[in-house]
Ligand binder design. Structure first.
Ligand code: GDP
Length: 519
Protein backbone atom coordinates (compact mmCIF):
# COMPACT_ATOMS: atom_id res chain seq x y z
CA UNK A 1 0.00 0.00 0.00
CA UNK A 2 1.42 3.40 -0.83
CA UNK A 3 2.08 6.08 1.77
CA UNK A 4 -0.96 8.22 0.97
CA UNK A 5 -3.25 5.22 1.35
CA UNK A 6 -1.65 4.30 4.68
CA UNK A 7 -2.19 7.85 5.91
CA UNK A 8 -5.81 7.95 4.77
CA UNK A 9 -6.34 4.65 6.52
CA UNK A 10 -5.63 6.06 9.96
CA UNK A 11 -7.25 8.19 12.67
CA UNK A 12 -5.56 9.19 15.90
CA UNK A 13 -7.46 10.73 18.77
CA UNK A 14 -7.21 11.49 22.46
CA UNK A 15 -10.12 10.58 24.67
CA UNK A 16 -10.79 13.09 27.40
CA UNK A 17 -13.26 13.19 30.23
CA UNK A 18 -13.78 14.18 33.77
CA UNK A 19 -13.31 11.12 36.06
CA UNK A 20 -16.37 8.90 36.09
CA UNK A 21 -17.96 10.39 33.00
CA UNK A 22 -17.42 7.05 31.25
CA UNK A 23 -14.18 7.33 29.29
CA UNK A 24 -12.99 3.83 30.20
CA UNK A 25 -16.38 2.32 29.43
CA UNK A 26 -16.57 4.08 26.07
CA UNK A 27 -13.01 3.03 25.20
CA UNK A 28 -13.87 -0.57 25.98
CA UNK A 29 -16.90 -0.45 23.74
CA UNK A 30 -14.91 1.10 20.91
CA UNK A 31 -12.30 -1.62 21.27
CA UNK A 32 -15.06 -4.21 21.18
CA UNK A 33 -16.29 -2.86 17.85
CA UNK A 34 -12.77 -3.10 16.58
CA UNK A 35 -12.61 -6.71 17.73
CA UNK A 36 -9.51 -5.66 19.63
CA UNK A 37 -10.76 -7.22 22.83
CA UNK A 38 -13.03 -10.15 23.30
CA UNK A 39 -14.98 -8.86 26.23
CA UNK A 40 -15.29 -5.56 27.96
CA UNK A 41 -13.31 -5.12 31.12
CA UNK A 42 -9.87 -5.43 29.64
CA UNK A 43 -9.04 -1.76 29.81
CA UNK A 44 -9.60 -1.47 33.54
CA UNK A 45 -8.09 -4.91 34.03
CA UNK A 46 -4.88 -3.54 32.69
CA UNK A 47 -4.33 -1.73 35.95
CA UNK A 48 -3.87 -5.06 37.66
CA UNK A 49 -2.00 -6.55 34.73
CA UNK A 50 1.67 -6.41 34.00
CA UNK A 51 1.90 -2.64 33.84
CA UNK A 52 0.98 -2.58 37.49
CA UNK A 53 4.25 -4.28 38.41
CA UNK A 54 5.93 -0.95 38.06
CA UNK A 55 6.75 0.69 41.36
CA UNK A 56 5.65 4.04 40.27
CA UNK A 57 2.24 2.67 39.41
CA UNK A 58 1.71 2.04 43.10
CA UNK A 59 0.61 5.61 43.40
CA UNK A 60 -1.92 5.03 40.70
CA UNK A 61 -3.24 2.02 42.55
CA UNK A 62 -3.27 3.66 45.94
CA UNK A 63 -5.24 6.55 44.65
CA UNK A 64 -7.30 4.52 42.26
CA UNK A 65 -6.61 6.82 39.37
CA UNK A 66 -4.85 6.58 36.10
CA UNK A 67 -1.60 8.50 36.27
CA UNK A 68 -0.23 7.59 32.89
CA UNK A 69 -1.82 8.00 29.56
CA UNK A 70 -1.88 4.86 27.50
CA UNK A 71 -2.11 4.20 23.82
CA UNK A 72 -4.18 1.61 22.04
CA UNK A 73 -4.77 0.70 18.44
CA UNK A 74 -7.71 -1.10 16.89
CA UNK A 75 -9.03 -1.60 13.42
CA UNK A 76 -12.56 -0.74 12.38
CA UNK A 77 -14.00 -0.79 8.89
CA UNK A 78 -10.51 -1.08 7.44
CA UNK A 79 -9.32 1.99 9.37
CA UNK A 80 -6.58 1.82 11.97
CA UNK A 81 -7.71 3.86 14.94
CA UNK A 82 -5.21 4.99 17.59
CA UNK A 83 -6.72 6.01 20.93
CA UNK A 84 -4.62 7.93 23.40
CA UNK A 85 -6.05 7.81 26.85
CA UNK A 86 -5.61 10.89 29.01
CA UNK A 87 -5.91 10.78 32.78
CA UNK A 88 -8.94 12.70 33.87
CA UNK A 89 -8.07 13.48 37.45
CA UNK A 90 -7.78 17.04 38.59
CA UNK A 91 -4.17 16.24 39.33
CA UNK A 92 -3.29 15.36 35.79
CA UNK A 93 0.14 16.40 34.73
CA UNK A 94 1.78 18.03 31.76
CA UNK A 95 1.93 14.60 30.16
CA UNK A 96 -1.80 14.88 29.69
CA UNK A 97 -1.43 18.12 27.79
CA UNK A 98 1.46 16.84 25.72
CA UNK A 99 -0.61 13.84 24.65
CA UNK A 100 -2.88 16.29 22.86
CA UNK A 101 0.06 17.35 20.68
CA UNK A 102 0.35 13.80 19.34
CA UNK A 103 -3.24 13.45 18.09
CA UNK A 104 -5.30 14.81 15.22
CA UNK A 105 -8.60 15.00 17.05
CA UNK A 106 -10.08 14.60 20.52
CA UNK A 107 -13.20 12.93 21.83
CA UNK A 108 -14.73 14.46 24.90
CA UNK A 109 -16.98 12.34 27.04
CA UNK A 110 -19.49 14.24 29.12
CA UNK A 111 -21.77 12.92 31.83
CA UNK A 112 -25.22 14.21 30.90
CA UNK A 113 -26.04 14.93 34.53
CA UNK A 114 -22.87 16.95 35.12
CA UNK A 115 -22.07 18.72 31.89
CA UNK A 116 -18.62 20.24 31.49
CA UNK A 117 -16.71 19.97 34.72
CA UNK A 118 -14.02 22.46 35.72
CA UNK A 119 -11.13 20.03 36.03
CA UNK A 120 -11.28 18.98 32.41
CA UNK A 121 -12.20 22.35 31.00
CA UNK A 122 -8.53 23.25 30.70
CA UNK A 123 -7.85 20.24 28.53
CA UNK A 124 -10.68 21.12 26.20
CA UNK A 125 -9.45 24.67 26.08
CA UNK A 126 -6.01 23.49 24.99
CA UNK A 127 -7.70 21.53 22.16
CA UNK A 128 -9.64 24.61 21.20
CA UNK A 129 -6.57 26.82 21.30
CA UNK A 130 -4.58 24.43 19.12
CA UNK A 131 -7.44 23.97 16.67
CA UNK A 132 -7.76 20.25 17.42
CA UNK A 133 -11.13 18.94 16.16
CA UNK A 134 -13.35 17.88 19.07
CA UNK A 135 -16.05 15.20 18.91
CA UNK A 136 -18.46 15.09 21.84
CA UNK A 137 -20.14 12.02 23.32
CA UNK A 138 -22.78 12.87 25.92
CA UNK A 139 -23.00 9.80 28.10
CA UNK A 140 -25.31 8.12 30.62
CA UNK A 141 -28.59 8.94 28.88
CA UNK A 142 -30.02 5.91 30.69
CA UNK A 143 -29.97 8.20 33.72
CA UNK A 144 -31.72 11.48 34.21
CA UNK A 145 -29.51 14.40 33.31
CA UNK A 146 -29.60 17.94 32.03
CA UNK A 147 -31.77 18.82 29.03
CA UNK A 148 -29.99 18.43 25.67
CA UNK A 149 -30.31 22.16 24.91
CA UNK A 150 -28.77 23.04 28.25
CA UNK A 151 -25.83 20.74 27.58
CA UNK A 152 -25.24 22.15 24.10
CA UNK A 153 -25.47 25.69 25.46
CA UNK A 154 -22.90 24.82 28.10
CA UNK A 155 -20.47 23.37 25.56
CA UNK A 156 -20.90 26.37 23.28
CA UNK A 157 -20.43 28.99 25.93
CA UNK A 158 -17.59 27.43 27.90
CA UNK A 159 -15.57 26.35 24.87
CA UNK A 160 -16.62 29.01 22.43
CA UNK A 161 -17.42 26.34 19.85
CA UNK A 162 -20.47 25.66 17.69
CA UNK A 163 -22.27 22.36 18.25
CA UNK A 164 -23.83 20.11 15.67
CA UNK A 165 -25.98 17.34 17.19
CA UNK A 166 -25.58 14.22 15.05
CA UNK A 167 -28.09 12.33 17.16
CA UNK A 168 -30.86 13.54 19.46
CA UNK A 169 -32.23 11.73 22.50
CA UNK A 170 -35.85 10.77 22.99
CA UNK A 171 -36.36 11.05 26.73
CA UNK A 172 -33.78 10.12 29.33
CA UNK A 173 -33.45 7.95 32.40
CA UNK A 174 -36.50 5.73 32.83
CA UNK A 175 -38.20 7.28 29.83
CA UNK A 176 -35.19 6.97 27.52
CA UNK A 177 -36.59 5.53 24.31
CA UNK A 178 -33.63 5.94 22.02
CA UNK A 179 -31.82 8.35 19.74
CA UNK A 180 -32.74 9.90 16.45
CA UNK A 181 -30.04 9.79 13.83
CA UNK A 182 -30.41 13.25 12.41
CA UNK A 183 -28.90 12.71 8.98
CA UNK A 184 -30.06 9.18 8.24
CA UNK A 185 -33.50 9.89 9.75
CA UNK A 186 -34.18 6.88 11.87
CA UNK A 187 -34.71 6.06 15.53
CA UNK A 188 -32.29 3.69 17.18
CA UNK A 189 -34.32 2.25 20.09
CA UNK A 190 -32.61 1.83 23.44
CA UNK A 191 -34.32 -1.44 24.31
CA UNK A 192 -33.26 -4.58 22.51
CA UNK A 193 -36.79 -5.78 21.88
CA UNK A 194 -37.55 -2.74 19.73
CA UNK A 195 -36.55 -2.41 16.08
CA UNK A 196 -35.05 0.52 14.25
CA UNK A 197 -37.80 2.94 13.15
CA UNK A 198 -37.46 4.92 9.95
CA UNK A 199 -38.55 8.54 9.73
CA UNK A 200 -39.42 10.66 6.74
CA UNK A 201 -37.96 14.10 6.03
CA UNK A 202 -40.45 15.70 8.45
CA UNK A 203 -39.49 13.31 11.22
CA UNK A 204 -42.74 11.34 10.93
CA UNK A 205 -42.60 7.62 11.51
CA UNK A 206 -42.82 5.63 8.30
CA UNK A 207 -44.70 2.86 10.09
CA UNK A 208 -46.90 3.53 13.06
CA UNK A 209 -45.59 2.84 16.57
CA UNK A 210 -47.06 3.63 20.03
CA UNK A 211 -44.14 5.98 20.75
CA UNK A 212 -45.78 8.47 18.38
CA UNK A 213 -48.24 9.36 21.10
CA UNK A 214 -45.68 9.65 23.85
CA UNK A 215 -44.78 13.15 24.98
CA UNK A 216 -41.05 12.37 25.03
CA UNK A 217 -41.25 11.64 21.30
CA UNK A 218 -43.18 14.77 20.38
CA UNK A 219 -40.84 16.86 22.51
CA UNK A 220 -37.74 15.36 20.90
CA UNK A 221 -39.12 16.00 17.41
CA UNK A 222 -40.02 19.59 18.28
CA UNK A 223 -36.54 20.14 19.65
CA UNK A 224 -34.91 18.59 16.64
CA UNK A 225 -36.95 20.76 14.28
CA UNK A 226 -35.85 23.76 16.24
CA UNK A 227 -32.22 22.64 15.91
CA UNK A 228 -32.71 22.18 12.17
CA UNK A 229 -34.15 25.63 11.86
CA UNK A 230 -32.10 27.69 14.26
CA UNK A 231 -28.99 25.60 14.82
CA UNK A 232 -25.70 25.89 12.95
CA UNK A 233 -25.39 24.10 9.62
CA UNK A 234 -23.08 21.11 9.39
CA UNK A 235 -19.70 22.39 8.31
CA UNK A 236 -16.86 19.95 7.76
CA UNK A 237 -14.34 22.77 7.53
CA UNK A 238 -15.35 24.20 10.89
CA UNK A 239 -15.10 20.71 12.40
CA UNK A 240 -11.61 20.32 10.96
CA UNK A 241 -10.54 23.60 12.54
CA UNK A 242 -12.08 22.81 15.90
CA UNK A 243 -14.72 25.53 15.54
CA UNK A 244 -17.64 23.09 15.52
CA UNK A 245 -18.09 19.89 17.50
CA UNK A 246 -20.34 17.07 16.30
CA UNK A 247 -22.36 15.89 19.32
CA UNK A 248 -23.63 12.37 20.01
CA UNK A 249 -25.89 11.10 22.76
CA UNK A 250 -25.78 7.60 24.21
CA UNK A 251 -24.94 5.24 26.97
CA UNK A 252 -21.49 3.75 26.90
CA UNK A 253 -22.40 1.22 29.57
CA UNK A 254 -25.29 -0.11 27.51
CA UNK A 255 -23.18 0.13 24.36
CA UNK A 256 -25.83 2.41 22.98
CA UNK A 257 -25.15 5.18 20.50
CA UNK A 258 -21.52 4.13 20.38
CA UNK A 259 -21.73 2.66 16.88
CA UNK A 260 -23.44 5.81 15.55
CA UNK A 261 -20.61 7.74 17.08
CA UNK A 262 -17.86 5.49 15.71
CA UNK A 263 -19.27 5.46 12.17
CA UNK A 264 -19.59 9.23 12.08
CA UNK A 265 -16.20 9.67 13.68
CA UNK A 266 -14.58 7.55 10.96
CA UNK A 267 -16.39 9.60 8.31
CA UNK A 268 -15.64 13.05 9.66
CA UNK A 269 -12.47 12.95 11.76
CA UNK A 270 -9.30 14.07 10.02
CA UNK A 271 -6.64 11.63 8.91
CA UNK A 272 -3.15 12.14 10.33
CA UNK A 273 -1.78 15.59 9.69
CA UNK A 274 1.79 16.67 9.15
CA UNK A 275 3.71 18.90 11.51
CA UNK A 276 5.75 22.08 11.32
CA UNK A 277 9.51 22.08 11.79
CA UNK A 278 11.55 24.67 13.67
CA UNK A 279 12.44 26.10 10.25
CA UNK A 280 8.77 26.70 9.62
CA UNK A 281 8.65 23.98 6.99
CA UNK A 282 5.55 21.78 6.90
CA UNK A 283 6.23 18.06 6.58
CA UNK A 284 3.23 16.29 5.06
CA UNK A 285 2.22 12.88 6.41
CA UNK A 286 2.94 11.22 3.07
CA UNK A 287 6.36 12.86 2.75
CA UNK A 288 8.80 10.08 1.73
CA UNK A 289 11.26 10.45 4.56
CA UNK A 290 10.46 8.83 7.88
CA UNK A 291 10.13 11.25 10.79
CA UNK A 292 8.50 11.33 14.19
CA UNK A 293 8.71 13.09 17.53
CA UNK A 294 8.85 11.94 21.13
CA UNK A 295 6.05 13.38 23.24
CA UNK A 296 6.18 11.24 26.33
CA UNK A 297 8.73 9.19 28.20
CA UNK A 298 7.60 6.60 30.64
CA UNK A 299 10.19 5.35 33.04
CA UNK A 300 10.39 2.24 35.06
CA UNK A 301 7.92 0.10 33.16
CA UNK A 302 9.85 -2.80 34.57
CA UNK A 303 11.24 -2.21 38.07
CA UNK A 304 14.02 -4.76 37.55
CA UNK A 305 15.58 -2.66 34.82
CA UNK A 306 15.95 1.03 34.83
CA UNK A 307 14.72 1.42 31.31
CA UNK A 308 12.26 3.79 29.79
CA UNK A 309 9.82 3.74 26.93
CA UNK A 310 9.79 6.78 24.70
CA UNK A 311 6.48 7.32 22.93
CA UNK A 312 6.85 8.54 19.40
CA UNK A 313 4.21 9.90 17.09
CA UNK A 314 5.13 9.01 13.52
CA UNK A 315 4.70 12.13 11.39
CA UNK A 316 5.82 11.08 7.92
CA UNK A 317 7.18 8.23 5.83
CA UNK A 318 7.42 4.65 6.95
CA UNK A 319 8.93 3.48 10.19
CA UNK A 320 10.53 0.05 9.92
CA UNK A 321 11.88 -1.92 12.81
CA UNK A 322 15.64 -2.32 12.50
CA UNK A 323 15.98 0.88 10.52
CA UNK A 324 18.78 3.35 11.14
CA UNK A 325 17.31 6.60 12.34
CA UNK A 326 19.00 9.87 13.20
CA UNK A 327 18.27 11.76 16.37
CA UNK A 328 18.34 15.31 15.00
CA UNK A 329 19.37 16.92 18.31
CA UNK A 330 22.65 14.97 18.47
CA UNK A 331 23.03 14.02 14.81
CA UNK A 332 23.64 10.45 15.97
CA UNK A 333 22.38 7.57 13.89
CA UNK A 334 21.34 4.35 15.52
CA UNK A 335 19.49 1.18 14.73
CA UNK A 336 16.02 0.98 16.21
CA UNK A 337 15.44 -2.65 16.96
CA UNK A 338 13.09 -2.53 19.93
CA UNK A 339 9.81 -0.90 19.05
CA UNK A 340 6.41 -1.72 20.38
CA UNK A 341 2.83 -0.92 19.60
CA UNK A 342 0.15 -1.05 22.23
CA UNK A 343 -2.94 -3.04 21.48
CA UNK A 344 -5.92 -3.30 23.80
CA UNK A 345 -4.68 -6.25 25.80
CA UNK A 346 -1.13 -6.72 24.68
CA UNK A 347 2.06 -4.99 23.72
CA UNK A 348 3.33 -6.16 20.38
CA UNK A 349 6.55 -5.71 18.51
CA UNK A 350 5.86 -3.34 15.67
CA UNK A 351 7.57 -3.91 12.36
CA UNK A 352 6.28 -0.92 10.49
CA UNK A 353 4.28 2.16 11.27
CA UNK A 354 2.99 5.21 9.43
CA UNK A 355 1.85 8.74 10.11
CA UNK A 356 -0.55 8.87 13.03
CA UNK A 357 0.76 5.71 14.66
CA UNK A 358 2.15 5.90 18.16
CA UNK A 359 4.98 3.54 18.91
CA UNK A 360 7.03 2.89 22.00
CA UNK A 361 10.80 2.90 21.65
CA UNK A 362 13.02 1.20 24.15
CA UNK A 363 15.15 3.90 25.71
CA UNK A 364 18.17 3.79 27.94
CA UNK A 365 18.28 7.55 28.44
CA UNK A 366 18.89 8.65 24.86
CA UNK A 367 15.69 10.52 24.21
CA UNK A 368 14.16 13.70 25.53
CA UNK A 369 10.66 15.08 25.23
CA UNK A 370 10.35 16.93 21.94
CA UNK A 371 13.14 15.00 20.17
CA UNK A 372 12.77 14.30 16.47
CA UNK A 373 13.89 11.06 14.84
CA UNK A 374 14.19 10.88 11.07
CA UNK A 375 16.17 9.33 8.24
CA UNK A 376 18.67 12.03 7.45
CA UNK A 377 18.78 14.13 10.60
CA UNK A 378 17.58 17.28 8.87
CA UNK A 379 14.07 17.47 10.32
CA UNK A 380 13.45 18.99 13.75
CA UNK A 381 9.85 19.45 14.78
CA UNK A 382 8.76 22.47 16.77
CA UNK A 383 9.26 22.14 20.50
CA UNK A 384 6.25 20.82 22.37
CA UNK A 385 4.62 23.64 24.25
CA UNK A 386 5.62 24.10 27.84
CA UNK A 387 2.67 24.62 30.12
CA UNK A 388 2.53 27.29 32.76
CA UNK A 389 2.87 25.49 36.08
CA UNK A 390 0.70 26.59 38.93
CA UNK A 391 2.19 24.98 42.01
CA UNK A 392 5.76 25.42 43.18
CA UNK A 393 7.99 23.73 45.76
CA UNK A 394 11.47 24.37 47.03
CA UNK A 395 13.19 21.02 46.87
CA UNK A 396 16.42 19.68 48.35
CA UNK A 397 18.00 16.41 49.37
CA UNK A 398 17.41 15.49 53.01
CA UNK A 399 20.91 14.11 53.26
CA UNK A 400 23.47 16.64 52.01
CA UNK A 401 25.83 13.77 51.13
CA UNK A 402 23.34 12.81 48.44
CA UNK A 403 23.65 16.06 46.47
CA UNK A 404 25.10 14.37 43.41
CA UNK A 405 22.33 11.79 43.18
CA UNK A 406 19.79 14.49 43.86
CA UNK A 407 20.93 16.65 40.97
CA UNK A 408 21.20 13.69 38.63
CA UNK A 409 17.69 12.58 39.50
CA UNK A 410 16.26 16.07 39.10
CA UNK A 411 18.01 16.48 35.76
CA UNK A 412 16.67 13.19 34.43
CA UNK A 413 13.14 13.73 35.60
CA UNK A 414 13.11 17.26 34.22
CA UNK A 415 14.40 15.93 30.90
CA UNK A 416 11.62 13.40 30.85
CA UNK A 417 9.17 16.22 31.29
CA UNK A 418 7.92 14.84 34.60
CA UNK A 419 8.32 18.19 36.31
CA UNK A 420 9.57 21.72 35.54
CA UNK A 421 12.84 23.08 36.85
CA UNK A 422 13.47 26.57 38.21
CA UNK A 423 16.04 28.06 40.54
CA UNK A 424 16.05 31.18 42.64
CA UNK A 425 18.02 34.08 41.19
CA UNK A 426 20.97 34.34 43.51
CA UNK A 427 20.89 31.38 45.84
CA UNK A 428 20.40 28.69 43.20
CA UNK A 429 17.77 27.01 45.35
CA UNK A 430 16.03 24.34 43.26
CA UNK A 431 12.34 25.11 42.76
CA UNK A 432 10.07 22.68 40.96
CA UNK A 433 6.87 23.62 39.23
CA UNK A 434 3.95 21.47 38.16
CA UNK A 435 0.45 21.81 36.79
CA UNK A 436 -0.88 19.30 39.32
CA UNK A 437 -0.02 18.20 42.85
CA UNK A 438 0.31 14.61 41.72
CA UNK A 439 3.47 15.44 39.76
CA UNK A 440 5.23 16.18 43.07
CA UNK A 441 4.10 12.88 44.54
CA UNK A 442 5.39 11.01 41.52
CA UNK A 443 8.63 13.01 41.70
CA UNK A 444 9.21 12.24 45.40
CA UNK A 445 8.40 8.60 44.89
CA UNK A 446 10.68 8.22 41.91
CA UNK A 447 13.59 10.11 43.51
CA UNK A 448 13.40 7.65 46.37
CA UNK A 449 12.91 4.47 44.39
CA UNK A 450 15.09 5.20 41.36
CA UNK A 451 17.79 7.51 42.73
CA UNK A 452 17.70 6.51 46.36
CA UNK A 453 17.34 10.12 47.49
CA UNK A 454 14.93 11.28 50.11
CA UNK A 455 13.76 14.75 49.18
CA UNK A 456 12.50 17.54 51.35
CA UNK A 457 9.77 19.71 49.93
CA UNK A 458 8.98 23.17 51.09
CA UNK A 459 5.79 24.33 49.44
CA UNK A 460 5.69 27.87 48.16
CA UNK A 461 2.17 27.31 47.00
CA UNK A 462 0.20 28.43 44.03
CA UNK A 463 1.77 31.14 41.92
CA UNK A 464 1.05 32.97 38.73
CA UNK A 465 4.14 32.39 36.60
CA UNK A 466 4.96 34.94 33.91
CA UNK A 467 7.83 35.06 31.46
CA UNK A 468 9.24 38.37 30.25
CA UNK A 469 9.67 39.64 26.68
CA UNK A 470 12.12 42.37 27.62
CA UNK A 471 14.28 40.59 30.20
CA UNK A 472 17.02 43.21 29.91
CA UNK A 473 14.76 45.74 31.63
CA UNK A 474 14.25 43.60 34.72
CA UNK A 475 16.12 44.81 37.80
CA UNK A 476 16.79 43.25 41.19
CA UNK A 477 14.49 45.80 42.77
CA UNK A 478 11.55 44.06 41.15
CA UNK A 479 12.28 40.87 43.05
CA UNK A 480 10.11 40.63 46.17
CA UNK A 481 8.28 37.91 48.08
CA UNK A 482 5.14 38.80 46.15
CA UNK A 483 6.90 38.86 42.80
CA UNK A 484 9.65 36.32 43.14
CA UNK A 485 12.21 36.33 40.35
CA UNK A 486 13.53 32.92 39.29
CA UNK A 487 15.26 31.33 36.29
CA UNK A 488 13.75 28.46 34.30
CA UNK A 489 15.74 25.52 32.92
CA UNK A 490 16.72 27.58 29.89
CA UNK A 491 17.90 30.42 32.14
CA UNK A 492 14.98 32.61 31.16
CA UNK A 493 13.78 34.98 33.87
CA UNK A 494 10.36 34.25 35.31
CA UNK A 495 8.28 36.12 37.88
CA UNK A 496 6.29 34.01 40.32
CA UNK A 497 3.48 36.25 41.51
CA UNK A 498 1.75 35.62 44.77
CA UNK A 499 -1.63 35.98 43.07
CA UNK A 500 -3.50 37.83 40.39
CA UNK A 501 -3.69 40.92 42.54
CA UNK A 502 0.09 41.01 43.05
CA UNK A 503 0.55 40.67 39.32
CA UNK A 504 -1.74 43.56 38.51
CA UNK A 505 -0.04 45.70 41.13
CA UNK A 506 3.31 44.86 39.51
CA UNK A 507 2.00 45.70 36.05
CA UNK A 508 0.83 49.09 37.31
CA UNK A 509 4.12 49.81 38.96
CA UNK A 510 6.35 48.60 36.11
CA UNK A 511 4.32 49.18 32.97
CA UNK A 512 7.36 48.79 30.71
CA UNK A 513 7.86 45.11 31.68
CA UNK A 514 6.13 42.89 29.13
CA UNK A 515 4.89 39.74 30.83
CA UNK A 516 3.53 36.65 29.10
CA UNK A 517 2.37 33.21 30.12
CA UNK A 518 2.90 29.89 28.39
CA UNK A 519 -0.06 27.71 27.43
P1 GDP B 1 -13.96 7.15 33.59
O1 GDP B 1 -13.49 7.52 34.95
O2 GDP B 1 -14.34 8.35 32.77
O3 GDP B 1 -13.05 6.24 32.85
O4 GDP B 1 -15.37 6.40 33.82
P2 GDP B 1 -15.74 4.86 33.78
O5 GDP B 1 -15.85 4.38 32.39
O6 GDP B 1 -14.86 4.13 34.71
O7 GDP B 1 -17.22 4.96 34.35
C1 GDP B 1 -17.50 5.46 35.64
C2 GDP B 1 -18.74 4.83 36.18
O8 GDP B 1 -19.86 5.18 35.40
C3 GDP B 1 -18.68 3.31 36.17
O9 GDP B 1 -19.32 2.82 37.31
C4 GDP B 1 -19.45 2.94 34.92
O10 GDP B 1 -20.04 1.67 35.00
C5 GDP B 1 -20.51 4.03 34.90
N1 GDP B 1 -20.98 4.31 33.54
C6 GDP B 1 -20.25 4.47 32.40
N2 GDP B 1 -21.05 4.69 31.36
C7 GDP B 1 -22.31 4.69 31.83
C8 GDP B 1 -23.59 4.86 31.22
O11 GDP B 1 -23.74 5.05 30.02
N3 GDP B 1 -24.67 4.80 32.06
C9 GDP B 1 -24.56 4.58 33.39
N4 GDP B 1 -25.68 4.54 34.11
N5 GDP B 1 -23.39 4.41 33.99
C10 GDP B 1 -22.28 4.45 33.22
Amino acid sequence: MDLTKQVNNRKTFAIISHPDAGKTTLTEKLLLFGGAIREAGTVKGKKTGKFATSDWMDIEQQRGISVTSSVMQFEYDGIKVNILDTPGHEDFSEDTYRTLMAVDSAVMVIDCAKGIEPQTLKLFKVCKMRGIPIFTFINKLDRVGKEPFELLEEIESTLDIETYPMTWPIGMGQSFFGIIDRNEKYIEPFRDEEHRLNLNEDYELETSHPIENDSVFTQAIEELMLVDEAGDAFDQEKIAKGDMTPVFFGSALANFGVMNFLNAYIDHAPSPKGRKTVDDEFIAPDHDEFSGFIFKIQANMDPKHRDRIAFMRVVSGQFERGMDATLTRTGKKSKISRSTMFMADSTETVNDAYSGDIIGLYDTGTYQIGDTLCDKGKIQYEALPQFTPEIFMKVSAKNVMKQKHFHKGVEQLVQEGAIQYYKSMHTNQVILGAVGQLQFEVFTHRMQSEYNVEVVMDPIGKKEARWIHNEEDVTDAMNSPRSMLVLDRYDRKVFLFENDFAMRWFEDKFPNIELYSLL
